[in-house]
Design a protein around this ligand. Structure first.
Ligand code: NAD
Ligand code: DAU
Length: 351
């Protein structure tokens, strides 16, 4: 099994590559531009494996990507490369439009030309997994779940760009017959998470005795999935999902943001005495513009059809995650010092 992964130096991509190389034994080519979010240190455990290769490339660079297809000859493409942070998309959307929409178009079209040149067997076995988000569905009220048939209603420049890319992916299946599958997953968390996102930012700020900025009143709800559960889901969908179908992925772990932050503080209080009690650092700050109230995934389709199920509960996963950050300062310290130190992103005057 030869798998070309895009965005494999990112948070979810690196968990996926570690799973494919270490557990599945696939031949993996990781194609990544190494933006601020890409970090080869997250792949230290597999970098010298004989079944792993890395290519630094932008998915928008058609010639380079075409060459990668020809020389690597993938059976499966798993497309994760994207600009992924909502707050950064509010500050400036250009990179999101370029990578998430134009880049996905370019990759789909390159994959299509490669696929058209395969023999009948290669053609029917080939899969293109487009990895997307539940944010394309917009915001839920107090009741209900996102299903695969829920209409798209994105709120942020990030989610609008992902929605556009999902439509392109499905169109490349319907129009050209490319065997595309789309996954829409809820919020991930776990090891190697870049500390701009809620959970790692709160852990590191608490360790450093800095304020824990909760947007608005903290009542917004996210549905949390441990990243290694997502990596297993992605391989399951890429290898056994039906072309033209969408699969929602989630762990049935809805939590209010304020409860997530309180839980992190409580875990830290037990194991890290400096700056405690950590909940005293919680600070309510100006809300995110266009902040979606609630996300919640109905994962019945992937559970029933493909037999995947989340293994971690939020309680077990968050405990592991806090401990991972305590034990892996080598990974996060250089990011805090040289890449992003935690300042507020995504607010602007006039709103
Ligand atoms: P991330 O920001 O941690 O990583 C993105 C990776 O893509 C980085 O390694 C970066 O260098 C690379 N990249 C960016 N632009 C590129 C380009 N033009 N060419 C090649 N590589 C490029 O993101 P993540 O959180 O790991 O998310 C991965 C995918 O999963 C994204 O498509 C995202 O939309 C989707 N997703 C994320 C979540 C989540 O909770 N993080 C949930 C559902 C879906
Ligand atoms: O739902 C899937 C999505 O989850 C992915 O598609 C995105 O790539 C990923 O970044 C994530 O998006 P969110 O916007 O939900 O994640 P974030 O960690 O930025 O924020 C989670 C919640 O916490 C959200 O309601 C905003 C809030 N928040 C976030 C930060 C960074 C705070 O209250 N304070 C913060 O400092």
């Amino acid at each position: 099994m030869r798998i070309l992964v895009t965005g494999g130096a990112g948070f979810i991509g690196s968990a996926l590559v570690r799973h494919l190389v270490g557990d599945i034994g696939a031949e993996v080519l990781n194609v990544d531009k190494l933006t601020y979010a890409g970090n080869l240190a997250s792949l230290a455990s597999v970098e010298s494996a004989p079944n792993y290769q890395f290519l630094r490339a932008d998915i928008c660079d058609r010639a380079k990507i075409q060459e990668a297809f020809v020389s690597f000859r993938p059976d499966i493409v798993m497309h994760l490369a994207a600009e992924s942070h909502v707050d950064r998309s509010i500050s400036g959307a250009a990179d999101f439009i370029q990578t998430n929409i134009v880049g996905t178009f370019s990759l789909l079209d390159t994959a299509r030309h490669y696929w058209e040149g395969l023999d009948a067997r290669g053609k029917s076995a080939f899969r293109f997994l487009h990895v997307s988000t539940d944010e394309v569905y917009g915001s839920l009220g107090d009741e209900g779940l996102f299903e695969e048939t829920t209409p798209y209603d994105p709120s942020s420049p990030y989610s609008a760009s992902k929605a556009a890319s999902d439509h392109l992916a499905i169109a490349w299946h319907r129009t050209y017959g490319l065997p595309v599958v789309v996954s829409n997953c809820s919020n991930n968390y776990g090891p190697y998470h870049f500390p701009e996102k809620l959970i790692p930012l709160m852990i590191l700020n608490a360790l450093e005795g800095k304020p824990l900025p909760v947007y608005g009143n903290g009542a917004n709800v996210r549905d949390w999935l441990y990243v290694e559960d997502h990596a297993r889901a992605l391989y399951t969908i890429a290898s056994r999902g039906r072309p033209g179908e969408k699969y929602n992925v989630g762990g049935r772990n809805e939590r209010r943001n304020i409860d997530v932050v309180q839980r992190i503080c409580a875990i830290l209080d037990g194991v890290y005495k400096d700056n405690g009690p950590h909940a005293q650092l919680i600070t309510n700050v100006t809300d995110r513009p266009g902040h979606d109230a609630r996300y919640a995934i109905d994962a019945s389709k992937i559970e029933g059809e493909l037999g995947w199920k989340a293994e971690e509960t939020f309680e077990t996963g968050i405990e592991k995650t806090v401990h991972w950050y305590l034990e892996n300062e080598w990974w996060w310290r250089p990011l805090r010092e040289n890449v992003y130190s935690g300042e507020r992103l995504g607010v602007f005057k006039g709103r």
